[in-house]
Write a protein that binds this ligand. Structure first.
Ligand code: NAD
Length: 432
């Protein structure tokens, strides 16, 4: 079975290399020429643990090939995974133009039966639109199936998640499509849920909307904890023990970000709206998330009074640890607010600084977590990278101008700072 993967971003590249590792012959294509050049030279264009090694291994084995021409990629493949972006339009509706463009090119290059697998996150009924588009642009007796196989990987552990998923959702309309997808995932030990395509599409959006809702819920409760002297970490532990609730996604903080949750919650809300359904619950989820930025800025200003000409050190720019991805990261909003307040910013992130520099050229960047602390009036923690979880109090005192830490990821125990003359402001807990 020859598999084509169109779009080689976080999802597409992980999918392509994982399928290659499973023993399939994979052809990868992306319209981004720079990305393709890197891949052809064995250089991974993104940071994702284990991906660069797998790329080299699969290239050496000859299991993956990168092909510049999308038409050729389609023609030589039996199965085509669509992994292109699905960003948000101004009005919150999902922008499906990349999916539509690929569908048209597939239509023009159909040369025998093909299974087209929608892996990008798309609104319910998109597979129907792909089908219609392919029929519209191809010759009359085009022979194909469209399946939905949503992706649930988490950036930062994408490869692990791909080989150890909680479930594999297979949305199909034909026995043939079902058999092909079951064959592809045969070696992966996970529950395989066979459903219709509309159901599969909704499963993905509903999952992400639910996860975002959990985060906003715990953040809402964390505000109450701060007002009343309770401890959100203990509250989360207390409710998380309940198996009906579960412990994951109950970390209060500066809010969710990244490429998926913000856009998917907007898209799901929009889908509800066009079907005349009241999905306003999701509007509130987004509103609570946005207010996290205000909460953090309030804390900083309460500690420092004015921010003008104050040096603020930032630890963490990526939207979560173990990735270089900064799309919709809270750090972007915080840095913009700090610039508006005329603060001096000095930032450090283990992997995301190069991406951040593309947006913010005029802030300072440090080569390590302590360099940015020199003469800083406050440290703001925005990503819970492991390397930030240990802190040397004496170094802090030697380097910082005033000893203030605003921790947007709640990574330290209050005890560490007690009696040290360091003001520590976490989320949903009171430490001073
Ligand atoms: P990405 O932006 O990293 O990758 C998309 C790639 O598609 C880009 O490299 C782009 O150049 C390429 N592309 C766009 N149009 C193309 C075309 N016509 N031909 C060839 N290539 C084209 O995005 P991503 O993070 O990989 O996400 C892809 C999809 O998967 C989205 O729908 C997203 O919601 C979904 N998803 C993402 C994640 C995640 O954690 N990133 C997880 C699950 C699902």
């Amino acid at each position: 079975m020859k598999i084509g993967v169109i779009g080689l971003g976080y999802v597409g590249l992980t999918t392509a290399l994982s399928l290659a590792k499973l023993g399939f012959k994979v052809y990868g294509n992306d319209k981004d020429k720079e990305k393709m050049e890197k891949l052809k030279n064995g250089i991974c264009p993104i940071y994702e643990p284990g991906l660069d090694e797998l790329l080299v291994e699969m290239k050496e084995k000859g299991n993956i090939e990168f092909i510049d021409n999308i038409s050729e990629t389609i023609r030589i493949s039996d199965v085509i995974f669509i992994c292109v972006g699905t960003p948000t339009n101004e009005d919150g509706s999902p922008d499906l133009s990349q999916v539509e463009e690929v569908s048209r090119i597939i239509a023009e290059n159909l040369n025998g039966y093909k299974l087209i697998v929608e892996k990008s996150t798309v609104p319910v009924q998109t597979a129907q639109w792909i089908k219609r588009t392919i029929k519209l642009y191809s010759h009359e007796n085009a022979h194909f199936d469209v399946a939905s196989n949503p992706e649930f990987l988490r950036e930062g552990s994408a490869l692990y998640d791909t080989f150890n998923p909680d479930r594999i959702v297979i949305g199909v309309e034909s026995e043939r499509a079902k058999e092909i997808l079951l064959k592809i995932y045969e070696k992966i030990n996970a529950p395989k849920l066979i459903v219709d395509v509309n159901t599969a599409e909704i499963i993905k959006h509903a999952s992400n909307a639910f996860l975002a809702m959990k985060i906003s819920f715990i953040n809402m409760v964390s505000d109450l904890c701060e007002k009343t002297g309770a401890d959100i970490k203990k509250v989360a532990e207390g409710i998380g023990y309940d198996r009906r609730i579960g412990r994951e996604f109950l970390s209060a903080g500066v809010g969710y970000g990244g490429y998926c949750l913000p856009k998917d919650i907007r898209a799901f809300y929009y889908i509800g709206k066009i079907h005349n359904l009241d999905f306003s619950l999701l509007e509130l989820v987004e509103r609570i998330n946005n207010s996290r930025i205000d909460r953090l800025m309030e804390k900083l200003k309460k500690a420092l009074w004015h921010l003008k000409n104050k040096k603020i050190a930032i630890w963490g720019l990526s939207f979560k640890p173990n990735t270089d991805d900064i799309r919709e990261a809270p750090s972007i909003k915080i840095v913009k607010r700090l610039i508006n307040e005329e603060a001096i910013i000095s930032a450090y992130d283990p992997k995301a600084m190069e991406n951040f520099k593309k947006i913010f050229q005029n802030i300072q960047y440090g080569k390590d977590k302590y360099e940015v602390l020199k003469d800083a009036h406050a440290l703001v923690i925005l990503t819970e990278w492991d390397e930030f979880k240990s802190i040397d109090i004496q170094t802090i005192k030697k380097l910082m101008r005033t000893y203030i830490i605003v921790d947007g990821r709640n990574i330290f125990d209050c005890e560490i700072f007690r009696g040290q003359n360091i003001e520590y402001y976490p989320i949903g807990r009171t430490c001073i």
